[in-house]
Design a protein around this ligand. Structure first.
Ligand SMILES: Cc1ncc(COP(=O)(O)O)c(C=O)c1O
Length: 420
């Protein structure tokens, strides 16, 4: 598609050539001064699919008309509700259906996975993650270390960028793994760091962590629905993510979990169990003794949260239609176009801290404003552009390819050019 042009005509032609452009009409956009906003905040909360309303109404109807019968009858029997999301998520994550489950929420699932896979010993107890990881992840590893009687200052290894750099080099992560190979129990990086937008080399880091004798888990909050993965082939031990960002499942929607078959099939892996993870053959016998399902859903604990999962189910139908590989191909073009246009704005003093290499980023570009980021963010909001601000100094701009267009990116640029 390149060379790009900074013109509305070019952007409109790019939209006409885009086979995914029609998906935009499947989403509700907020309004500002009577016009649809430019929504570049799907990395925080994805837009509502128009199909969500009918999907919720379907389950309300089942509840209204069949009450408890809804577990076995109705349009989508609730007993198996989590299963409906597995095939689409398996495609997005590069996994088998058996390696996927949906339950709880991200940080809860991170704790549950660590309770199964963080098995510290007096000599091998360290947890490694990127410095500046999302606070919830930092709190989770801090309290897990404490839970096992370790001092977080000693047990947690944070990898920092080199002096004068904003993102991490894979070679430095690998070197740190090598340095700590005798004491490392777990690596748990954010697949994409929420602040910088850097996408880490998941297969290389996973391989190195495992070669050092550690378990490799990933927080894929900013990757799920953004970049297609191959978690099974990459031998990732476990991964967790939320569904309210690129997956458009609504605020606080059910979280997602991947457990590699090599672990999921081992029903004796220790876990915090509940009846929804028990083999269905014996679940309703109401007897003593937990028999884990021999797959990722063996980590389910409570009854399927139907109303927390219904919008994910609806949204995943759109992902299936669009295809994650096609979305990624569009996303690379869209974000590259955004980068190109931002480079034409000499009056705005900022630095794009997200890696320039498209293979090392998803939809998001993080713009670092050394002085007035917060004020500029406020002005963008007042101009009908929805982006978010993260301290210190970063405005995150994420055109999600399912509902953002080249014209949106161009108009964003034009507003910045005229107002800043
Ligand atoms: C990278 C990352 N990890 C964890 C979380 C926390 O997720 P939850 O509140 O669903 O537990 C978020 C939320 O935005 C996140 O971006």
């Amino acid at each position: 598609m390149a060379p790009f042009e900074a013109s509305l005509d070019y952007a409109r032609k790019a939209d006409q050539a885009d086979a995914l452009h029609h998906f935009k009409a499947q989403f509700h956009f907020p309004h500002h001064n009577g016009k649809e906003v430019i929504y570049f905040c799907g990395n925080s909360l994805g837009l509502q699919p128009k199909s969500a309303h009918a999907a919720i109404e379907t389950e309300l109807k089942t509840w209204r008309e069949q009450a408890v019968g809804g577990y076995f009858n109705g349009a989508n029997p609730w007993l198996y509700y989590q299963d409906y999301c597995k095939p689409a998520l398996a495609k997005i994550m590069g996994a088998s259906n058996e390696e996927i489950t949906v339950m709880n929420a991200l940080t809860v699932n991170m704790h549950l996975m660590m309770l199964s896979f963080y098995k510290p010993t007096p000599t091998r107890y360290k947890i490694m993650l990127e410095a500046g990881a999302f606070p919830s992840d930092q709190y989770a590893v801090e309290t897990q270390a404490k839970h096992h009687g370790f001092n977080p200052d000693d047990a947690i290894i944070e990898i920092f960028p080199r002096a004068g750099e904003k993102t991490l080099r894979t070679e430095d992560i690998l070197q740190a793994i090598e340095e700590h190979k005798d004491s490392l129990a777990l690596t748990i990086f954010g697949g994409i760091n929420y602040y910088t937008g850097q996408f880490f080399d998941i297969p290389t880091i996973t391989k190195a962590a495992q070669a050092a004798g550690a378990i490799a888990g990933w927080d894929l909050a900013h990757v799920a629905g953004n970049i297609p993965l191959q978690l099974h082939d990459w031998q990732v031990d476990f991964a967790i993510w939320c569904s309210y960002k690129y997956l458009n499942a609504g605020p606080g929607a059910v979280g997602g979990v991947f457990v590699h078959n090599k672990h999921a099939q081992q029903t004796d892996v220790n876990r915090m169990a509940g009846w929804w993870g028990n083999d269905e053959k014996t679940r309703f016998k109401m007897e003593k003794g937990f028999y884990a399902k021999p797959d990722a859903s063996g980590w389910n604990i409570s009854t399927a949260q139907v109303f927390n999962t219904v919008c994910l189910k609806a949204s995943l139908e759109l992902f299936d239609q669009a295809d994650i590989l096609a979305l990624r191909a569009k996303s690379i073009q869209l974000t590259n176009y955004l980068e190109f246009l931002l480079q034409q704005l000499p009056n705005l003093q900022f630095e794009i801290i997200t890696p320039a290499d498209p293979a090392q980023r998803g939809a998001q570009l993080s713009l670092y404003f050394p002085n007035n980021g917060k004020a500029i963010h406020q002005k963008m909001i007042e101009s009908g552009i929805i982006v978010d601000y993260r301290e210190p100094g970063v405005i995150r701009v994420a055109p999600a390819p399912l509902y953002c267009s080249f014209e949106d990116v161009y108009i964003f640029y034009e507003i910045l050019k005229t107002n800043f």
